[in-house]
Ligand binder design. Structure first.
Ligand code: FES
Length: 144
C-alpha cells in the first residue's frame, strides 16, 4: 500500500481505502444542515479516476464504485454486483451504464436499475469541488 500523504492509502488492486474518521468533513455541500457531518466523505483527487473508468473506494464497511464517464459525468454506486458480487468498478462504462465484468448484467448509473428482474444497485450522490471528489454516504438509495 502506498502512502499518499493525505491520510489514506492506495492498494495496488486499484481499491482506495479511506479512514472514515479522518477523511469525513464538511465541504459546504449540505451535510452540516442534516447533522450528518460524517456522511460527506472526501475521496481525494478526481484525477485518480481516468476518464471512461471506475474506481472502488472502501469507506468504512462499504465498497463504493465511482465512475467517470468520458463526457465528464460522475456516478457512484455500490461496488458489488447484486448477481454474484462482481466488482462493478472494473466493468465497462458508457452511455450512463456499467456492464458487470463477470456476467455482463447492465445497470443504469443514474438510478441503479438493472437489466435483470429484481437486480438493482444502491446509488450515491457524488460531486467534485476544486478537483476533490466527495460522496454522500447518507444519500445511498436503491431502485428496487
Ligand atoms: S456477478 Fe455481475 S453479472 Fe454476475
Amino acid at each position: 500500500m502506498a502512502d499518499t500523504g493525505a491520510g489514506f492509502g492506495i492498494r495496488d488492486s486499484g481499491f482506495t481505502t479511506l479512514d472514515l474518521g479522518l477523511e469525513a468533513r464538511d465541504s459546504g455541500l449540505g451535510a452540516r444542515d442534516s447533522g450528518l457531518e460524517t456522511a460527506l466523505v472526501s475521496l481525494g483527487s478526481i484525477t485518480r479516476i481516468p476518464e471512461g473508468q471506475g474506481r472502488c473506494y472502501v469507506v468504512g464497511a462499504e465498497e463504493i464504485a465511482v465512475f467517470r464517464q468520458r463526457d465528464g459525468r460522475l456516478f457512484a454506486t455500490q461496488n458489488r454486483c447484486p448477481h454474484r458480487q462482481g466488482p462493478l468498478a472494473e466493468g465497462v462504462i458508457g452511455s450512463g451504464q456499467v456492464i458487470c465484468p463477470l456476467h455482463s448484467h447492465r445497470f443504469e448509473l443514474e438510478d441503479g436499475s438493472g437489466s435483470e428482474h429484481g437486480e438493482c444497485l444502491k446509488v450515491y450522490t457524488v460531486d467534485v469541488r476544486k478537483g476533490e471528489l466527495f460522496v454522500r454516504l447518507d444519500s445511498g438509495r436503491k431502485a428496487c
